[in-house]
Design a protein around this ligand. Structure first.
Ligand code: HAM
Length: 410
């Protein structure tokens, strides 16, 4: 878990703002859910997943409830839906921290942030297209260019079950030819063997049955409709039959956005899919759902690698240098801030030289200097801190309007 200092923290907030702009323009409203839930909410994500079995921060609270910090937000959204029964379709977005007890490394943290959307109550494949397009638009707004969209369909639950059994038979036949780790995975979740990056497993993975052979007509038609929509929007994609995703609740469409600059174990910038069935598992009526979550931490690493979406330090307009005792600075900064002008000041009644040094370091556009002469004359010296502008004396009463009429040139 990390501390995020300014100006990097400002970049995090800007990330959230850009995301909100993109999705609010498509009719999504923000949903805020608690950081922790009853453990049972998250076990519905799937007891065959590492997220649930190994990585949960769970504990018993003082009221003897077994609860957990959220490892992701889709389950909380479905729990909230089941509780509040909003009108359909329910289009929500979220942003915030999640917790997974993973092995920390670059791009993988125990507390990490996500932004995401979920749509509950509509089965339309065009919604799958809509959410993918929103993520795509968001990456474009950040300026990222090296993002690859990969898609797959896990079929209906029956298709998926038949596929899982076919995989189990296929990988079991490989016997000792499979890595020890994959043999352990096979017991729990044959789908995840397809994720193995170990050399020894590759030949068996390549020869494994393909999910498409198990798609029902409905599942195949739904997937085709998604692909047709992506083509209409000119969103490039690759169909990846080995894509399974790490959470158990998926059915039909699944997708992932991979960054071109990150190590392959951490290159998933975001992912999502359909999870028809999760609301029901959480006590609500049968309700289709689709959505995605994008990892903030990793996406910002990708932005660093591509040199886009930099952190921008907060820009000050004015830095008040008061060598008359400090009360002038109290009044002047308050007045400027009220007028929407970003202003800071020196403290502890330091010398003119020391305060000018702070003014310089602050990055403010102007130093506003008040000495005894200015106090007597009712003026303030306005000194431009960059360029070759001359310093001038401005009437104290005119100072806000003077600064407002000299806006920042971008
Ligand atoms: P997920 O694939 O587990 O899906 O996580 C989504 C994204 O969160 C990942 O692609 C990655 O960028 C980021 N992420 C996950 N774990 C970590 C970590 N330990 N450190 C840094 N970043 C991480 C979900 O969470 C689903 N709820 C997505 C979804 C929404 N599906 C449907 N709706």
């Amino acid at each position: 878990m990390r501390d995020i200092l300014p100006p990097e923290s400002g970049r995090w907030r800007a990330f959230d703002r850009v995301f909100a702009e993109v999705v609010e323009a498509a009719g999504y409203g923000e949903l805020i859910t608690p950081l922790l839930e009853d453990l049972g909410v998250f076990t519905r994500i799937g007891d065959a997943t590492d997220v649930v079995t190994k990585e949960m921060y769970d504990f018993v609270d003082k009221g003897d409830r077994h609860i957990a910090l959220r490892p992701e937000m889709t389950a909380s959204v479905c729990r909230a839906f089941a509780e509040h029964r909003p009108t359909l379709p329910w289009k929500v977005y979220y942003s915030g921290s999640n917790f997974r007890y993973e092995k920390p490394q670059r791009g993988r943290y125990r507390q990490f942030d996500q932004v995401g959307v979920e749509v509950l109550g509509a089965d339309d494949p065009h919604l799958d297209v809509e959410v993918i397009a929103l993520a795509w638009e968001f990456y474009a707004r950040l300026g990222l260019r090296q993002v690859n969209l990969i898609v797959n369909s896990l079929g209906e639950p029956d298709d998926r079950s038949r596929y899982v059994e076919a995989l189990r038979a296929h990988f079991t036949a490989a016997g000792q030819g499979l890595s020890e780790q994959s043999r352990a995975t096979l017991d729990r979740n044959p789908l995840r063997v397809l994720d193995s990056k170990r050399d020894i497993d590759q030949e068996h993975i390549a020869a494994a049955p393909r999910i498409a052979e198990f798609h029902s007509d409905d599942a195949a038609a739904h997937f085709e409709a998604v692909l047709a929509g992506l083509r209409v929007l000119d969103i490039p994609f690759t169909i990846e039959p080995k894509l399974v995703r790490g959470l158990d609740y998926y059915r039909r469409t699944i997708f992932e956005f991979q960054g071109g600059t990150l190590d392959s174990a951490q290159n998933a910038l975001g992912g999502g899919g359909r999870y028809d069935g999760l609301v029901e598992a959480l006590g609500g009526p049968p309700t289709p759902g689709v959505g995605f979550a994008l990892g903030l931490d990793r996406t910002l690493l990708a932005c660093d690698d591509e040199g886009v979406f930099p952190a921008v330090p907060t820009m000050l307009d004015a830095f008040v240098v008061d060598v008359t005792g400090g009360l002038q600075a109290v009044a002047l900064t308050a007045e400027l801030r009220l007028a929407g002008i970003a202003a800071d000041r020196g403290y502890d009644n330091r010398s003119m030289k020391a305060q000018m040094k702070l003014a310089n370091r602050s990055g403010a556009r102007f130093a506003l200097i008040v000495g005894d002469d200015e106090l007597d004359a009712g003026t303030v010296v306005v000194k431009p801190m960059s360029g070759d502008g001359e310093q001038i004396a401005v009437a104290r009463s005119q100072i806000s309007s003077y600064l407002a009429s000299h806006p920042r040139q971008n």
